[in-house]
Design a protein around this ligand. Structure first.
Ligand code: C2E
Ligand code: CA
Ligand code: CA
Length: 574
């Protein structure tokens, strides 16, 4: 009896446990985000759970109705879904299918799982259905972003490189040519800085969208590389599909302004560089690099042009790049040295001054000319520390000589336009003059007309500050820039240096003679001093003396000397 009671109690407890479990399952299913379909093979019964009603407007209460699901999805997915719904037929344990609901944009994920018994027969089947519309659209967006540039609709950089690599591979098999063009808008930073980023962005976008259309029409591949830079690749260019033709077409387009949404009209020009496979390079990235170097060349040649790849341009670029990195080291290591070239009064042949000229010894005996590295230093900004060093070195040297020999002369220091344009330039020079206690009127700064490209008033104000302090100003290379004699009247300067190119030809060319004499007369009338540079022979000297030139500088009287050799000159004077 007690045995029976015990059995009954056990049964009761088990039932209770079962209903609790059922309740638990029910709650879990109902709260789950998704719908479930449960099928028992043993009982041949089917039931639906969870958020079924939110997914489907039909119920499934008998096994044969499972096929209703096949009708619910877009028919292109029916075959795939059938394999998932009747998974037991394949002998697999689990499978999934992503399907779109018929006539909607809703994506459902069907996840089917079969539970097999110990005898290998299927016992239960559960199909879990969830809504993946959001995830899919995020994925699609990500995919889009990976392939396209969202601003212009052109290909993205990464995808373009992939395509180009693919082209290169194919071209190497087929012996075909690939042409790559880089396009860079001219003076874009002026638009961006002057009119704001919104205007800049819209221009980038409009130009890019235009390129995209053009690429589609011409069946070529275009990409927005970054900011205002774009790339176009043509596989096997011929006929109308050549860079030449494309370039002309884009040129034609930019003759018309771009109309911005704020009503403003913007006219742009662009510089282009072209490199081709296999001539320029065998790899996609290098082709792009070569095209970029050609763009640099276009810009250097005055913008708004196209430059086709050629080896000398590439070599020149590589040399400059190599020099540039060496130059950085040189600035860091202070591997510069100052040389000084004497200047003499034409009539008395007495020492008037010395021009400080920088020298760069690269390695043991190899000298790199300042005519080569100063322009590079001006481009990459290294001229600022170099120029500061030159000022300090020359003034310190002059103070030393002045003290040692007691012989006053003028130390002339070359100043680059970039250095001059620095706000602290005047202060920095005055500071060094004070530091070494030299007389300001014994220091002369040689400037060139290139500084005048900047705001005239600002240039003028600085010149005036320097001269008020007593420092002398000399206008260098006169006759090579946009020299206008009328400018001269307005400039607060002391000295004018007539460029070597005049001195070179003055004896043989009557026009140069007339100009040189006119310059010297003008200089006299304005009360400046004239210096002729690059005087190499006696005849030039005699002629210059006869037309009233004040000072002579050149190999005839003395080459640039090291500090050591200058001391020999100075000792010989005394
Ligand atoms: P520059 O200021 O016109 O300097 C005169 C150049 O003519 C110097 O060349 C000098 O050595 C050279 N020269 C002088 N007399 C004769 C001559 O009779 N015959 C010939 N054939 N040449 C003569 P260098 O030293 O090679 O300097 C070249 C240029 O580099 C300079 O032209 C100047 O623009 C720049 N430079 C040199 N040193 C400095 C510096 O410390 N700072 C800056 N910013 N520029 C410098
Ligand atoms: Ca000079
Ligand atoms: Ca000069």
């Amino acid at each position: 009896m007690s045995e029976l009671h015990y059995q009954l109690d056990l049964l009761k407890a088990m039932n209770q446990k079962l209903t609790e479990k059922e309740r638990m399952y029910h709650t879990v299913f109902e709260s789950a985000v998704g719908a479930f379909l449960y099928y028992s093979f043993e009982r041949n019964q089917v039931s639906t759970l969870g958020q079924w009603k939110e997914f489907f407007n039909f119920e499934i209460s008998e096994p044969k109705q499972i096929s209703k699901l096949l009708d619910a999805v877009d028919e292109s997915f029916a075959v795939t879904l059938r394999d998932v719904l009747y998974l037991e037929k394949t002998g697999q344990e689990a499978a999934t299918a992503e399907c779109m609901l018929k006539n909607t944009k809703i994506w459902l994920l069907f996840h089917s799982k079969i539970y097999y018994g110990t005898n290998g027969q299927p016992v239960d089947k559960v199909i879990y259905i969830s809504n993946i519309t959001k995830i899919r659209s995020q994925n699609e967006e990500l995919t889009y972003m990976a392939y396209y540039d969202s601003m212009t609709g052109l290909f993205s950089r990464n995808y373009f490189v992939r395509l180009l690599s693919e082209y290169v591979r194919k071209a190497s098999e087929m012996n075909d040519v690939i042409s790559v063009m880089m396009i860079d808008l001219d003076d874009f930073h002026k638009i961006n800085d002057g009119q704001g980023m919104v205007v800049g962005d819209e221009l980038i976008q409009q130009f890019g969208s235009y390129l995209k259309e053009l690429c589609e029409i011409k069946d070529v591949t275009g990409c927005h590389l970054h900011t205002d830079v774009y790339l176009i690749a043509i596989y096997a260019p011929s006929g109308e599909r050549t860079m030449e033709a494309l370039y002309k077409e884009i040129q034609q387009r930019v003759r018309e302004p771009f109309k911005l949404s704020n009503g403003q009209e913007l006219q742009v020009t662009f510089s282009a560089g072209v490199a081709e496979y296999p001539e320029a390079s065998q790899s996609a990235i290098e082709l792009i690099n070569c095209a970029e170097i050609m763009v640099f060349k276009s810009k250097a040649m005055g913008k708004n042009i196209i430059q086709y790849f050629n080896t000398p341009v590439l070599e020149e670029f590589l040399r400059t790049a190599e020099l540039e990195s060496k130059l950085k080291e040189a600035v860091f290591n202070h591997s510069f040295q100052m040389y000084y070239q004497p200047q003499y009064f034409a009539d008395s042949k007495k020492l008037r001054g010395m021009e400080a000229l920088i020298r760069w010894k690269d390695g043991d005996d190899h000298m790199i000319s300042p005519a080569v590295f100063i322009p590079i230093a001006e481009k990459n900004g290294a001229i600022i520390p170099i120029g500061q060093w030159v000022v300090e070195q020359s003034i310190m040297q002059y103070a030393l000589w002045r003290q040692r020999y007691g012989y006053p002369f003028i130390m002339s220091i070359n100043i680059s336009a970039l250095q001059y344009s620095r706000e602290d330039f005047v202060d920095s020079v005055i500071k060094v003059i004070r530091k070494y206690g030299v007389t300001p009127s014994e220091i002369e700064l040689e400037i060139t007309e290139t500084i005048l490209i900047e705001d005239f008033q600002a240039v003028y104000d600085k010149l005036k500050l320097l001269r008020d302090y007593g420092i002398r100003i000399s206008l260098d290379d006169f006759g090579t820039g946009f020299s206008s004699l009328s400018y001269l009247k307005k400039l607060p300067i002391d000295t004018l240096k007539i460029d070597k190119s005049f001195i070179d030809t003055v004896l043989g060319d009557s026009a140069t003679k007339v100009i040189t004499e006119a310059i010297i007369n003008m200089v006299k009338a304005l009360g400046f001093e004239s210096v002729a540079e690059g005087v190499e022979d006696e005849k030039q000297y005699e002629y210059l003396l006869s037309i009233g030139c004040d000072v002579i500088q050149g190999y005839l009287f003395g080459k640039p000397y090291s500090a050591e050799d200058v001391e020999k000159v100075l000792s010989s004077i005394l």
